[in-house]
Design a binder for this molecule. Sequence first.
Ligand code: F6P
Length: 320
Amino acid sequence: MRRIAVLTSGGDAPGMNAAVRAVVRTAVYNNVEVYGVQRGFKGLIEGDFIKLNVSFVGDIIHRGGTVLRSARCLEFQNQESCRKCAVDLLNVFQIDGLIVIGGDGSFRGMTSLTEYGFSTIGIPGTIDNDLAYTDFTIGFDTAVNTVVEAMSKLRDTTSSHERITIVEVMGRRCGDIALYAGLSGGAEAILIPEVQYDLSQIAEQLIKSNNRGKKQSIIVVAEGVGNTEFISKEINHLTGFDTMTTILGHVQRGGNPSSRDRLLGSMMGNRAVDLLLNNITNRVVGVKDNQIMDMDINDALRSKKRFNREMYNLSKVLSI
Ligand code: F6P
């Protein structure tokens, strides 16, 4: 490998910059040239390539977002001609291997390049933590901390006004942000796409707690559960308590990455380049039992995420 490229794709995630920095610095350390593809797969089909050096990635390890910028690119997904064009451009730039930092959709995009015989490595970057093969994705820890901080602030006003606050957090198919933040923030109920919810049971519990003297509660709802405003109205209807809704939205995608996300980004970026240097390709990097690992991209995409039932049950026990 004499020249590699790196891109960030899909929803940005805090810690992506740490990964880009590690890719560039590991490559340069090993006398390999690095190009950055700007705006993900969109930049890949438009030839938006820039040469990166050690200084380009200086002063970014602590910043959220991605210096390479990101995009969701439907054309790349749907049009064979776009994928062909991407491979042609990679060849024009004499790129020997591409590192893709992103989530499930980005990894699927990456596999279409491997079908052309192109060497790729994936690094999991998404706040959702919805990739089954890895325990954690870059950005998840920071997003959870953002939600926990917001919950503490909401707890103050919820308590002063003796209300029920419904907090909607990100996560379309995966409830990990809701589960981890809900448990850390002491939520009274957690609604996630993996578990069918029962609002009358939650209302009953809220009334019981209220009779015991507890005058405020927070319910965390993952966006994938459905209509948060409807849930809020129903809780108000069933309990008679003052209920308000806060949708945290894209705030969860920003902010300085936590130390954990910076470490994950640094170690995964380093492993990705090492793999390419050893001509081991078409793999994704991850973390299992606190160890950085890698596996075949297709096996990774086929694996099914295990729902953490123990953690969910714990949240039930602790929220009485
Ligand atoms: O992929 C991460 C994520 O933040 C999801 O949690 C959320 O559903 C989605 O992206 C939002 O995407 P967009 O920024 O394109 O609206």
